[in-house]
Design a protein around this ligand. Structure first.
Ligand code: FMN
Length: 182
């Protein structure tokens, strides 16, 4: 796809075609290319976690437990069923730093990588949803993916698969967000 079409046509995908997992080689290639993102002092702050069936199931159950505590059993059951249908799961974390500026710059680099990843996958017909729900901020989530919360911060849990539907979206016109300086 032309870069302009790629950037503007990418959408957050909420509904995936059930039962079809994109080729892992394509996803791995996208991760390999996504890290050609700017990163100050070349800290290479990104770490990926590609989840298999067992870890996906553990996160689904953990999330259902959290939903159950807040919204009850019925809501948890619905959520569990829905989450189990999501085909592909990967997490991206960012290396922490004792230095606040480095920390922020590392996070910025990881967000560039995340966008690269989503665009590279979109170019392959694979849709992504970047999620940062409550479950991703729990210690248990870090344990399941095997990330050290002392060293890494979660940037997002990325769900991917072939889109069942592509939502419409809008952006404000440029003159609402641009200040033209003399
Ligand atoms: C840091 C970050 C966290 C997000 N977390 C969620 C989330 O938890 N749940 C969700 O439905 N969408 C999440 N999104 C997706 C945004 O809601 C989405 O990008 C926005 O609605 C614009 O839609 P578009 O990506 O199709 O342009 C997240 C996006 C970003 C950048």
């Amino acid at each position: 796809m032309d870069i302009k079409d790629l950037v503007t046509s990418r959408r957050t995908i909420h509904q995936f075609k059930p039962g079809t997992l994109p080729d892992e080689a394509v996803v791995r290639a996208a991760m390999e290319q996504a890290v050609w993102a700017p990163n100050h002092h070349l800290t290479q702050p990104w770490r990926f976690y590609l989840l298999g069936e067992r870890s996906k199931e553990r996160i689904c159950l953990l999330n259902a437990q959290l939903v159950n505590e807040k919204q009850g059993e019925r809501a948890a059951e619905i959520k569990l069923r829905r989450w189990r249908e999501v085909p592909g799961w990967l997490a991206l974390t960012c290396l922490k730093s004792d230095d606040a500026v480095t920390m922020q710059e590392n996070y910025a680099s990881c967000c560039c990588t995340a966008q690269n990843l989503m665009l590279l996958l979109w170019d392959e017909g694979i849709g992504v949803k970047w999620t940062t729900g409550v479950v991703t901020r729990t210690g248990e989530f870090y344990r399941i993916i095997g990330a050290d919360p002392g060293l890494e911060e979660l940037v997002g849990l990325f769900w991917y698969g072939f889109p069942a539907e592509v939502p419409a979206a809008q952006r404000p016109p440029l003159d609402q967000i641009l200040s033209q300086l003399p």
